[in-house]
Design a binder for this molecule. Sequence first.
Ligand code: NAD
Length: 471
Amino acid sequence: MDRLDQVYIAGRFRAAHGREELERIDPTTEEPTGILVMADAHDAGLAVDSARDAFAGFSRTSRRERIDLLHALADAVAARAGALTEATVAEYGAPMEQARWRAGLAAGNFRLAARLLEDFAFERRVGGSTVIAQPVGVAVHIVPWNSVYNAISVKLAGALAAGCTVVVKASEFSGLQNQLFAECLDAAGMPPGVVNIVSGRGDVVGEALTGHPDVRKISFTGSNAVGKSILRKSADRLPRVTLELGGKAPTVVLDDADLADAAVKALAIAFANNGQACIAGTRALVQRRQLASFCTAIEAASSTIVTGDPREPGTTMGPLVNRRQFERVQGYIRMGLADGARPVIGGEGRPRGLDRGYFVRPTVFTDVTSDMTIAREEIFGPVLCVIGYEDEDHAAQIANDTPFGLHAYVIGEDDRARAFARRIDAGRVAINGVAHDPEAPFGGFRESGIGREYGVFGIEDHLELKAILGR
Ligand code: NAD
């Protein structure tokens, strides 16, 4: 059993001042694997002090120095990709191949920011004035447990390119991944104080950081409830706030789609990352006349889902991250059944043959209406709702009938799907399958958040504009 008790502050690892311990559990076996000693408000204060002290120097570094730092970070995470992948599997149960792909995103995010920084315009003429973009100040990045390296690196890449110093508040459920990532930063030669990492409880460390008077930027990825509480609290001091929150993405299957292919895609879109993805397409909208055929196609396509030990090469579906998530998802499945939805595959309980580990049965419900709780709330597990529509207008209306607006998917003839994509209110719409573009903006409409990150948008997200007027 290993004990993780370090914070990374001012360029060195030191024992956390916090004393509260959290038992770390392998979600595949439910066996304890170690202890995380969580940071506390005192650690949070030290981390902000360190970032504030480093800001004066780092904000004046040259473009070239920051490009070199971003490349060094990319090299450091790429060199440790194997260890980062294994930690993801051990800590959170992601299937090996998916974990490897996600770990690889971090190096790409740093390299992309380095390339964009080469010719990023920090100064331009507008009317008779000079407009200067300057780093906003000390940034706090708060991230969840479900895609740790990508969430940390995409925010960091933008902040460092802009010239901000950062405190990362990583999730208490990813202690090992946080520790390894901090080691990468250190190995890359991070100047002291430019990036500081603390793991601890949100209501302790998170609150201390978001309420700190020296913090000028908060970039939060996580649940809607916490995001909204941060925004409410920010009204007192007006730090710049970016919120990347939850989703309930529609996967719209147009009536010219090949239903067998659409069913395979709909499952992949819904169940990636064991269904624990903010971008998961968890509402499949299908023309009413095609519902029965689509459900038959779903049953056939589900035979390729392999639930089990995420370390096994053939596994496509691992366990959920912890018991709380397991209970939560079981609760939603029960709620769906009680509301009259009918399972095409799955249902309550564990998959056959898996009597330990936080495994749930991949579940697809049909006979779902847009007003049911399972169609409205983010479940964050492998539960897909199939909803019937009459025509394209009706499909667009259902797609947008949600408090969220992070992502959407359209499956059908290419041009038609692209035209339909324009009717959906979501930050990203992917055509005919899962697609990732690290240069495209990422963020939500409506209650899925405020602001955009990734690529050049992540750099702009850490800048404040100043106009210099007159001769
Ligand atoms: P969460 O909101 O519980 O926690 C996210 C982070 O916030 C953690 O580090 C947590 O410790 C911290 N936190 C909790 N309370 C806090 C407080 N009062 N003040 C400051 N920080 C606090 O979310 P989670 O369960 O870790 O992650 C799942 C959620 O994240 C889902 O809703 C999912 O959709 C969302 N998510 C969104 C995106 C996106 O880019 N839009 C990406 C991944 C996950």
